[in-house]
Design a protein around this ligand. Structure first.
Ligand SMILES: Nc1ncnc2c1ncn2[C@@H]1O[C@H](COP(=O)(O)OP(=O)(O)OP(=O)(O)O)[C@@H](O)[C@H]1O
Ligand SMILES: [Mg+2]
Length: 289
């Protein structure tokens, strides 16, 4: 795994991502723990409007995760904002909750967009951020955001989210090819629901339990193979010595093995891949009070 420290934090990748989950996931937030001090510090803020999760994350100027909010919301589909009012409302509520927790107003944020979405849709993302009361300081494509955290020089990043799989090829630290195609965790859940004759919501819950993933693996392996085929098609013709998987769905047991098998390229998943892209989006926000 990456031995470099992430941004200026001095933390290795695994510790950095574990810290991010500890300050964002409600199950990890201790009711008794004092809120992280953000007094007077310039902050970097990121908004990720995903198909499955909306994420709002606050970093210090060095990139260290200080606090965040995270919520399931079906307001975006395949990178397109399908429920503008719903997205802005949810984000405004998340901002208010986070502000109460850290005792400070948030005024600005960067946001991200999947590669290949039309410019009007990219602007829609910025409008959601503004409608929630944040000045949108900038927009970054999601794979480049992920690489703000991962710092891959030569290889590929594959972001397996809720609705889509994003691919970025990096050569000499530069993004040279990107793509985003339908297939993600929503498809995993649809297949599980269909196979077990249960609801989508129950399938969503079931697949998050590590104990269940071994049993569910044979059912969703064909969807994993589809993800791997998307990756394979987009790395074709480039020098890709390694694939790094990020996004919530890459946490499903066996993803790296299937991707390595289908692509023929070694693949790895960091220990907490869920927030890599939102953290990288926040790094795109210039630090300000
Ligand atoms: N531990 C886990 N194991 C398997 N799947 C998981 C796990 N944690 C989250 N997921 C799945 O990951 C998906 C959400 O990941 P992520 O937040 O990266 O997607 P998103 O950014 O909302 O979607 P997209 O990038 O496609 O717009 C959901 O389908 C969720 O069920
Ligand atoms: Mg995403």
């Amino acid at each position: 795994m990456n031995s470099k420290s992430v941004a200026q934090t001095g933390l290795g990748l695994a510790d950095y991502l574990a810290r991010a989950e500890a300050v964002i996931l409600p199950s990890r937030l201790s009711a008794t723990a004092p809120p992280t001090s953000v007094d007077g510090k310039p902050l970097r803020v990121g908004v990720d409007l995903g198909t499955a999760y909306l994420v709002l994350v606050v970093l210090d100027e060095d990139g260290l995760p200080l606090a965040g909010e995270w919520q399931y919301a079906e307001v975006v589909r395949d990178g397109l904002v399908v429920d503008f009012i719903g997205a802005a409302d949810r984000l405004r509520e998340m901002k208010a909750r986070l502000e109460r927790r850290i005792g400070r107003e948030l005024t600005h944020a960067a946001s991200g967009y999947p590669p290949g979405v039309p410019p009007a849709e990219v602007r829609a993302t910025a409008h959601v951020v503004e409608a929630a009361g944040l000045e949108c300081s900038g927009l970054v494509d999601e794979p480049s955001a992920a690489n703000n955290v991962l710092q891959v020089r030569d290889g590929a990043i594959v972001d397996v989210g809720g609705g889509t799989t994003g691919v970025a090829v990096l050569q000499g630290g530069r993004v040279v090819h990107t793509a985003d195609e339908a297939t993600g965790g929503t498809h995993f859940s649809l297949v599980i629901a269909g196979s077990l004759n249960t609801s989508f919501e129950e399938a969503e819950q079931l697949k998050l339990r590590p104990g269940e993933q071994t049993r569910l693996y044979p059912l969703i392996r064909p969807v994993m193979e589809k993800v791997a085929t998307i990756a394979s098609r987009h790395i074709c013709g480039w020098q890709v010595p390694e694939i790094t998987l990020v996004g919530g769905s890459s946490a499903f047991q066996g993803m790296a093995e299937v991707v390595a098998e289908v692509t023929g390229v070694p693949a790895r998943v960091p220990s907490n891949p869920l927030f890599v892209t939102p953290l990288g989006i926040a790094m795109h926000d210039p630090p300000r009070n």
